[in-house]
Design a protein around this ligand. Structure first.
Ligand SMILES: [Zn+2]
Length: 377
């Protein structure tokens, strides 16, 4: 167990859910809105959360969070927040409820529409300290959103945009591995590959930030050592704890910026005709992006190989593809149901994504299209 203060206060360890009661008091939240999703509502996790504080026992609950959070869902949750005169949010679940709660927290203190605050549209300085406080309780080990400054939300016109500000960072993250023990194998694998991708992409980002790079490499090592164990045996407490730490570390390094994998997976995640899991998308896209970036990242690739215990001439892209296959995840975009005819538009959208700017090698729409073709299968 440890108390870590980096940007968010983090309570980490088995049984730490109990710290939510003093956490609510410290943040002066008296009337919280709980944000979750339908998948979580089918488990006992919301009940366990409610039991952890009297303030949560009868708190209003929003469960209609889509896999990829939408502006419509933010508005519906905001209406519930206002109806109950709430003064803060508790988001429990994977990245989707946490990102949705950030969107609600933003609009609770700022005039809409949401688009005004999108990073790519110049919205970053418009987000102020009026964002309502958020406590994040992750139940997957992947997103890192519990300590991240971004929320990814699909607007009504279909654009999946990033909302980025230090004010959007949850004030408190409660990372209790006990809550991840029941996560099904495929979700363990997919969300775990998201965490692993965060560590690789932030490490490769050209932004100068050695402390964040050290965290990213440590997170990568934990993820690589434990993702198969946690997927094979969900009750492996040590592996669960290590994966939750890897996810947290991936999130702590978001300040360096992500790269081409996320520049591509964001618009793919915004597709309306097919619902695509973010972590699975990243696992499928990562090999092609690693091949594309290699010429710009030689020394860093050597360091990644060293951390992973691979030989000096090992093919990192092949290592990732092998891992994805052993985890039982889809190996290509076509297997995931992505229609081929959307690829040119996705490639174009990737050049506009906020993560594109921190890819180590500048990628044009043609480059992105080539990476998509290589991942299509
Ligand atoms: Zn991600």
């Amino acid at each position: 167990m440890a108390t870590i203060t980096y940007l968010t206060t983090v309570q980490f360890g088995f049984g730490e859910l109990k710290t939510i009661a003093p956490g609510l008091t410290d943040l002066k939240i008296a009337r919280p809105l709980i944000v979750a999703d339908r998948g979580l509502a089918a488990t006992d996790l919301i009940q366990r959360l409610r039991s952890a504080s009297p303030l949560l026992g009868n708190a209003p609950l929003f469960v209609d969070t889509p896999t990829n959070p939408t502006e419509e869902a933010v508005e519906a949750a905001l209406a519930l927040y206002r109806e109950h005169d709430c003064d803060g949010l508790v988001a429990i679940g994977g990245g989707s409820p946490i990102d949705l709660a950030k969107g609600v927290a933003l609009l609770a203190g700022h005039d809409g529409p949401l688009e005004t605050y999108a990073a790519i549209l110049g919205g970053i300085p418009k987000v102020t300290g009026k964002v309502a406080p958020v406590i994040a309780v992750p139940t997957t080990a992947g997103t890192g959103s519990e300590v991240g400054r971004a929320a990814l939300i699909t607007l009504k016109d279909g654009r999946k945009l990033g909302f980025i500000s230090p004010h959007l960072i949850p004030k408190l993250a409660i990372c209790d591995p006990e809550l991840t023990l029941g996560l099904p194998a495929m979700l363990t694998a997919a969300t775990g590959m998201d965490a692993l991708t965060h560590c690789i992409e932030t490490y490769l980002s050209p932004r100068e930030n050695p402390p964040a790079e050290a965290i990213a490499l440590d997170g990568l090592k934990r993820a690589a050592l434990n993702i198969e164990r946690a997927t094979k045996d969900g009750s492996d407490r040590e592996a669960r704890k290590e994966m939750l730490m890897a996810a947290l570390q991936g999130g702590l390094t978001f300040q360096k910026g992500l790269g081409a994998v996320h520049a591509l997976s964001h618009p793919l995640g915004g597709l309306k005709q097919v619902s695509l899991h973010h972590g699975t998308l990243n696992a499928v896209l990562l090999p092609a992006v690693l091949r594309f970036n290699e010429q710009a990242s030689g020394a860093k690739y050597a360091e990644i190989r060293r951390v992973l215990g691979l030989s000096a001439d090992a093919d990192l892209a092949a290592w990732v593809a092998g891992l994805t296959q052993r985890l039982g995840l889809p190996g290509s975009l076509s297997q995931m149901g992505v229609p081929r005819d959307v690829l040119p538009a996705i490639a174009e959208a990737a050049t506009q994504d906020h993560s594109s700017a921190t890819n180590p090698r500048q990628a044009s729409a043609a480059d992105y299209l080539a990476m998509l073709e290589a991942s299509f299968g």
